[in-house]
Write a protein that binds this ligand. Structure first.
Ligand SMILES: Nc1nc2c(ncn2[C@@H]2O[C@H](COP(=O)(O)OP(=O)(O)OP(=O)(O)O)[C@@H](O)[C@H]2O)c(=O)[nH]1
Ligand SMILES: [Mg+2]
Ligand SMILES: [Zn+2]
Length: 351
C-alpha cells in the first residue's frame, strides 16, 4: 500500500473490496470535500476536482460520495465511478421539509462531539448526538472547549459524564496547544475524526491549534447569547502535519433523527434497565401503576429532563421513520406504475 494512501486513512477494509489492487491504486481516492457540484478527492498523484458518473449523479443522496468516502476514479482520473462500502457513516434526517436521510461524513473512527463550558452546553443535545454516533458506528468523545473561561470546568465535566456512562470527556482551551493532550490522545496517523457541534463551540479553532497553523477560518461568537456565526460553510477533511485526519463539520442548526430506535436506547441504558422492571411490558412511564421509571424519578435517581428527552427522541424517531417508509413505498408504487405503463405501451406497439 502506498504511503500517501495510508496517510489518507486507507486500511484493508477498503482494499479488500477491490479485485486487483495493483491496477486500482492510482485510481483510488478519498473525498476531501463536496461543495455543491464540486467534489475534491485526494489520490496518489495529488488532489483533483472530479465529476460524478451519471449513475452516481442520479442515485439517492445517501449513495452519493460524501466527505470521507473512499472512491474509485475512471481511467482518466476525472470521474468517480464507484463509492466503496463505508466502514461507518454519520447521518441525519435532512433539515426543513426535505424528508430524506442526509449523509454527513463517511468512514470516521471517532466522533468529537464538541460543546462549550457556557450556556451552549445542553445535555439533551449531547444525547441526540450520541444516539446518532451510536448509529454511525463511531466511537464518541465529548470535547468541552472554553474550559479557560470558567472558574470550575469540573461542573461541566460532571454534567457531560452523566449523559452516557463510559463516554470519555476531554476538556480544552482550543486556542492553547498545551491543553490539548487529552484530545490528542484520540488522534493517530491513520484514523479519521469528525468534529461536530453547534456553531461557535470552537471546532475549527481546535483543528487549527492541533495542526499548528490555520487550516480553517474561525470567528467570534455573539456576546449576548453565545451563539456562533456559522463560519465554516462546508465539510472538509484535513490532514494534520503530524499525521491524523480531521473532518471539520459546520455547526448544524437541526439534527433530526430517523431509523435509529436501538441507537437511542443505547444512550439511555439506565432508563431501559428500569423499564424492564415496570409492571406492564408496554409501560409508557406516564401514569401506569408499578412503573419503575417514574419511581426512579420520584426518588431522584434519574432526572425528569432525561426521561422527557428520551421520550421526545423516541417519538420523533418513530414519526420520521414511518414517514420515510411511506415515502419509499410511494416511490416503489410509482416506479411500478411507470414500468406497467411501459409494458402496456410496448404490447400495443407489438400488436
Ligand atoms: N477562550 C476560548 N475561546 C475559544 C475556544 N474555542 C473557540 N474559541 C473562540 O470561539 C469562537 C468560535 O470558534 P470557531 O472555531 O470559529 O467555532 P466553530 O465551532 O468552528 O463554528 P462554526 O464554523 O460556525 O460551526 C472563536 O472566536 C474562537 O477563538 C476556547 O477553548 N477558549
Ligand atoms: Mg468552524
Ligand atoms: Zn414504566
Amino acid at each position: 500500500m502506498s504511503e500517501r494512501l495510508r496517510s489518507l486513512g486507507l486500511v484493508p477494509f477498503f482494499i479488500q473490496q477491490l479485485a486487483d489492487t495493483s491496477v486500482f491504486e492510482e485510481r483510488l481516492g478519498r473525498v476531501m470535500s463536496v461543495q455543491r457540484s464540486r467534489t475534491t478527492v485526494a489520490c496518489e498523484s495529488g488532489e483533483r476536482v472530479v465529476e460524478l458518473s451519471s449513475a452516481l449523479r442520479l442515485s439517492a443522496p445517501i449513495d452519493r460520495p460524501v466527505v470521507g468516502d473512499w472512491i474509485v476514479l475512471d481511467e482518466s482520473l476525472s470521474r468517480i465511478e464507484r463509492v466503496l462500502d463505508r466502514k461507518s457513516l454519520f447521518k441525519r434526517l435532512g433539515a426543513g421539509s426535505n424528508h430524506e436521510i442526509q449523509p454527513i461524513a463517511a468512514n470516521i473512527d471517532t466522533l468529537f462531539i464538541v460543546t462549550s463550558c457556557n450556556e451552549e452546553f445542553k445535555e439533551s443535545r449531547l444525547e441526540r448526538y450520541l444516539a446518532l454516533c451510536a448509529e454511525a458506528g463511531a466511537t464518541p468523545v465529548i470535547v468541552l472547549t472554553k474550559a479557560d473561561l470558567v472558574d470550575d470546568p469540573g461542573i461541566f465535566v460532571d454534567r457531560a459524564r452523566s449523559v452516557q456512562a463510559g463516554v470519555p470527556v476531554e476538556t480544552a482551551n482550543a486556542l492553547d496547544p498545551t491543553t490539548l493532550d487529552g484530545v490528542r490522545a484520540w488522534i493517530d496517523s491513520t484514523s479519521t475524526v469528525a468534529l461536530v457541534g453547534s456553531s461557535g463551540v470552537g471546532k475549527s479553532t481546535l483543528l487549527n491549534t492541533l495542526a499548528g497553523h490555520s487550516l480553517a477560518a474561525t470567528s467570534g461568537i455573539r456576546e449576548q447569547d453565545k451563539k456562533g456565526r456559522h463560519t465554516t460553510t462546508h465539510r472538509e477533511l484535513h490532514i494534520l502535519p503530524s499525521g491524523g485526519l480531521l473532518i471539520d463539520v459546520p455547526g448544524m442548526r437541526e439534527l433530526r433523527v430517523a431509523e435509529l430506535d436501538q441507537s437511542i436506547a443505547a444512550v439511555f441504558g439506565d432508563i431501559q434497565l428500569l423499564a424492564a422492571q415496570c409492571r406492564f411490558a408496554d409501560c409508557r412511564h406516564e401514569t401506569e401503576p408499578g412503573c419503575a421509571v417514574m419511581r426512579a424519578i420520584q426518588e431522584n435517581e434519574i432526572d425528569a429532563r432525561r426521561l422527557a428527552n428520551y421520550r421526545k427522541l423516541m417519538r420523533e424517531n418513530a414519526l420520521a421513520t414511518a414517514t420515510l417508509a411511506e415515502k419509499r413505498s410511494q416511490g416503489r408504487e410509482f416506479s411500478k406504475m411507470v414500468k406497467e405503463g411501459k409494458r402496456i405501451k410496448q404490447k400495443k406497439a407489438e400488436t
